[in-house]
Each structure stands twice: as structure tokens, then as C-alpha cells.
Design a protein around this ligand. Sequence first.
Ligand SMILES: *Cc1c(COP(=O)(O)O)cnc(C)c1O
Ligand code: SF4
Length: 340
Amino acid sequence: MITASPGARITPDATAAGADWRQLWRDAVTDAGELLALLGLSHLAGQLPPADAGFPLRVPRGFVARMRQGDPRDPLLLQVLPQLAELDEVPGFVTDAVGDLAAREAQGVLHKYQGRALLIASGSCAINCRYCFRRHFPYGEEMAAAGQWRQALEYLRQDHSVSELILSGGDPLALATAKLEELGRGLAGLPHVTRLRIHSRLPVVLPERIDDAFVAWLASVPLQKVVVLHANHANELDASVDAACARLRATGATVLNQSVLLRGVNDDADALAALSERLFAAGVLPYYLHQLDRVQGAAHFEVADGHALALVGALRARLPGYLVPRLVREVGGDASKRPL
Ligand SMILES: *Cc1c(COP(=O)(O)O)cnc(C)c1O
Ligand code: SF4
């Protein structure tokens, strides 16, 4: 069991089956001092940046429970704990690293790649990942879900080249299931859209989100469905994540995973191989391994291209081909993710 300071809780009692995900969301740890205390690391509190470097800490308690006690190098902790290094200004690390604002086509719609339109469905996340571009994205104005998805659906109605609709964010599963049902009804009038893809970190960081109402909705969507999870380390997966993945697959969805290559978190062949094996045990196939977007405040996570290529070479030598993710980088203006 966990040893923490008196009164501290790693996991609320409500984590038992049937817990309401919104309550768990609200109950997330948002104070870096509390997070360190829960992990027996209070002596590190003096090394925190002031005011969380402008991007608040947020991490669900169930995810905290998967971190190791007393280990400041824990790969899950490093993804969420603000670091002084975030304050460094590093040339080339900017606030719109992938040029997304230039690809905006309508409120909350990004159309960069042929056949696929991406909706910024929600600006919220259950967890704030320190390496993420979201720390700089002006989500206030960019929510596709506004006005019953009106602008986004109008855009899709007029562009018959779009066969796949991607819900991304932020995290699209931050939206209430009723809001997703609204979108589903709008898509029913668009026969050229044959696939629905959902990119979400929630099945990993707050698996309770994959509840009965959501599963019933997804199962009822008469399109081909793909759910792309986001896990960076095998320790992020536990029995609750296995259960969420099984429920997703039971809807008929293909379940994939994308990761970001992060220095100190997963930049060794053992960690990446363990992640691929663990994902497959949960019924999930690795899809992409992303080189970091060069966002301001994330430079300390960057892995050199040469090392990244060597890691994927090592994976290829020890895993079946279907467990080796594609190493890519997102480059503004390209017609696809760019393979390394
Ligand atoms: C990454 C991305 C996609 C999806 O690309 P795939 O290679 O099909 O996974 C689509 N639209 C945008 C804007 C993206 O950034
Ligand atoms: S968009 Fe994904 S990676 Fe970025 S902060 Fe949200 S959950 Fe983390």
C-alpha cells in the first residue's frame, strides 16, 4: 500500500467500478506540492518553478496511483511535474510549433491532410502533459462543439473529399456524451464521411470515462471507428486501462496507440519494447511514435533524431513488425506526418 502524509489520498474511494468520471476529473491533483507529498517526495518542493510555468499541474488520482513511491525519475511523474527547465528559452522552440493555426478552415476545424478533417472538439484535458503544444494553443476561440457543431458540420457538408472525421483536442472525450451524440446525429446526414476517429488520452489517464453511456453511443455509430490512445510508458497501463480498452474494442472500434518520444521517460529500447508488448496485451496496436513538437518549454524532453532512429532499429530487431510504431515528426505544410 501507499505511504503518504496523513490525510493524503492517492485514490478516492469512488474509484471502484461505477465511479462517475466527472467527479474523478474534478478530484484530480492540481497542486504540485500535494503531488510530491503523495509520492513521498516533499523534499523536492523547493525545485518547482513559480506558478507552474504558466501551465497548471493537473493529474487524475488514478494515474498518480501508478507512479512509484519515492522515485523522482518516475516516468509518469516526469510527464506531469513542472520543471524549472521549462522556463529556459531555447531557439527553435516556439508557441505554434506545427503551424496548426494556418490550417484552420472553420471554427475548430483543421484540414491539413487529404481525406481527413480534424475537429478540435474540446480544449480541456484530464491531465496536463508538460511536453504538449496545448500549453500555448488559443483554445478559447477554437471549439468545434460550439453551437451544436454547426460550423464544423457545415464545412464537412461542403467538402465531399473528407471521408474520415478525426475528433481531437485537447481531449474530445472531455465532452459530455450528450455532446458527442449531437455530433453523431449531424454526421448521419453526411454519407461521404465513412470513418470516425477519436484521439484521446482519457482511456489511459481516466479509464472510468469509458462508461456505459459512452460505450452505448460509440457502438451505435454506424461508421467505421478508430480510437487512438495516447500512452508513453508501459506503467501507464493497469487493469482499469485493460478494461477500458476491452470495452472500446467491444464497440467494434479498432484501437491504436500513439506515443511521444520523451527524454528520461521512454527513450530507451527496453521501455519502448515493454510499452508495445503491454499495449498488445491490452488489445491495442502501436501506431505512431512522435518526435517531440518543438514547443516552448519542452526542449528538455527532446531526443536527437539519430538516437530516435537507433531506438526504432532496436525495436525492429526484437519485436514482430506489427509492434514497431512508425517514427514520425509533424512538419507544417507537409502532406502527411513525416517519417524519419
Ligand atoms: C495528425 C493529423 C491527422 C491524422 O494523420 P494520420 O497520419 O492519418 O494519423 C489529421 N489531421 C491533422 C490536422 C493532424 O495533425
Ligand atoms: S492534448 Fe493530450 S498530450 Fe496534450 S495535455 Fe492534453 S492529454 Fe496531454
